[in-house]
Design a protein around this ligand. Sequence first.
Ligand SMILES: [Fe+2]
Ligand SMILES: [Fe+2]
Length: 188
Amino acid sequence: MTPAERLSAIRIARVNHAGEYGAIRIYGAQIAICRHIWPALGAKLAVLKAHEVEHCDLFYTALRERGGRPCRAMYLWSMGGWLLGAASTLLGPNLIWACTEAVEDTVHHHLTDQLDFLKDRDRALHDLIDSIRAEEEGHLDLARAEKTRDTWASRGFQALVRHSVNLVIWLSTWGESSRMRRDLGAAA
Ligand SMILES: [Fe+2]
Ligand SMILES: [Fe+2]
């Protein structure tokens, strides 16, 4: 890998670690509030949260192995994740699953871009992302199965979630996420 490519691999591991931390905070807030208002949902969300904790640890190790440090905007992921989790829960179970669907769907697109970039550059990170992406797909499927309906409120909320996740990913990678997509578009 060239030095620039090595830096990109570090940025990928870093943003994924931060994203997993954000996901932990989303599910953490949802579980905490669900305990009081939607107790039946807690167990399902706890399984998802346990996966995200595992993913977060794996990306942390991958980041450190490549000589990188965690994202400086961690507080943004933490606060944003918690607010998103809390808002979706207060809006009801349909919005909880709409939130999960929008987050996992957006993340899925980024992971796919990353896999394309890494496949001939950093095989170990590629394979790690590939295995984690399979589990994230399971989260997406569950959210789609549990969401009962599409309403103007759920669609609006999802658009907001997608934009926020894309923005925070873009900020955390110094624009790397859109550069990567552009490069892939040019290579196609
Ligand atoms: Fe995850
Ligand atoms: Fe997930």
